[in-house]
Design a protein around this ligand. Structure first.
Ligand code: GLN
Length: 277
């Protein structure tokens, strides 16, 4: 095998995959950052590095998500380990974290619950920004719980308790000041599920019944039993679900109900406070 440089390897890979993906994969093979690839573009790769890179590029060309190939994804400027057992954290979910952090100041020992935590992206990010908060994160998947615990250790987060449970089942009579969730909310059987990364993600983390609202309906119906008076609920939802979420929140006794658009201008998070008119 003739020696090739970083630049040549990227050039070759670009015939099959996006430049940005090729760079992410090569950074992972070489354990370097993006700036290194630019600054050392003339560096020759070892045969082992070329082999590893070509294998990853081939898998990417066949559709596998970059995040699963390199085993990580950045979320809110933190590196999260991800495996095919958890949803890949999305940029739009950073809005949910922004809104959660706006709910309580740095010096308040707030009790927070994250339902369906997956990789732990939401719970652990809130924990990093609110070290005094007591956070509980639950997920029904044992594999997801293992990934979330690994992320807690890697991010040095000690104020999150991660529990394997079906929604509220393990919480007894405990009440929280803030409940957040990015539940499954995609309608079963939509063509959207056969596109891009979604084909490789766990269905249990994506789909929730014929209209995608099964989990949202059940969370909103149960949440009043687990929120302190005046406590807030924030839910991520699908592009066309904001109005239904607001109606469900209103029926469940929430006030101050709102929806907030993500950076693409799509209504993405809705919420309200219990017992506030
Ligand atoms: N936001 C994801 C998507 O539409 C869906 C994640 C979810 O169902 N919570 O790709």
């Amino acid at each position: 095998m003739l020696p090739i440089t970083i630049l040549e390897a990227l050039h070759q890979a670009r015939q099959d995959i996006d430049d940005i993906d090729a760079r992410m994969l090569l950074q992972d093979v070489l354990s370097v950052n993006g700036a290194y690839l630019i600054a050392h573009s003339g560096q020759e790769l070892t045969p082992g590095q070329v082999k590893s890179f070509r294998l990853l590029a081939m898998r990417r060309a066949q559709g596998e998500p970059v995040a699963y190939l390199i085993g990580k994804r950045e979320f809110y400027s933190l590196d999260f380990t991800v495996t095919p057992e958890v949803l890949i954290p999305r940029p739009e979910t950073e809005l949910l974290v922004d809104l959660a952090l706006a709910q309580f100041p740095l010096d308040l020992a707030c009790k927070v619950l994250d339902l369906g935590t997956g990789s732990g992206a939401i719970a652990l990010t809130i924990a990093r920004h609110r070290p005094l908060a007591h956070i509980t994160a639950v997920d029904v998947s044992a594999e997801a719980v293992a990934v979330a615990r690994l992320n807690a250790a890697q991010l040095n987060v000690a104020n999150v308790r991660i529990i394997e449970a079906d929604w509220f089942e393990a919480l007894g009579g405990e009440r929280f000041d803030l409940i957040v969730s990015n539940p499954p909310y995609v309608a079963e059987g939509t063509a959207y599920l056969s596109r891009g990364d979604l084909r490789f993600e766990p269905r249990i983390a994506l789909c929730a019944g014929g209209d995608g609202l099964d989990c949202i309906r059940s969370i909103i119906a149960s949440v009043p039993g687990y929120l302190n008076d005046g406590g807030a609920l924030l839910l991520e939802h699908g592009y066309d679900q904001a109005q239904t979420c607001r109606d469900l929140l209103s029926e469940a006794g929430f006030g101050g109900i709102f929806s907030c658009p993500d950076l693409a201008g799509i209504m993405r998070v809705s919420g309200g406070r219990l017992g506030v008119s």
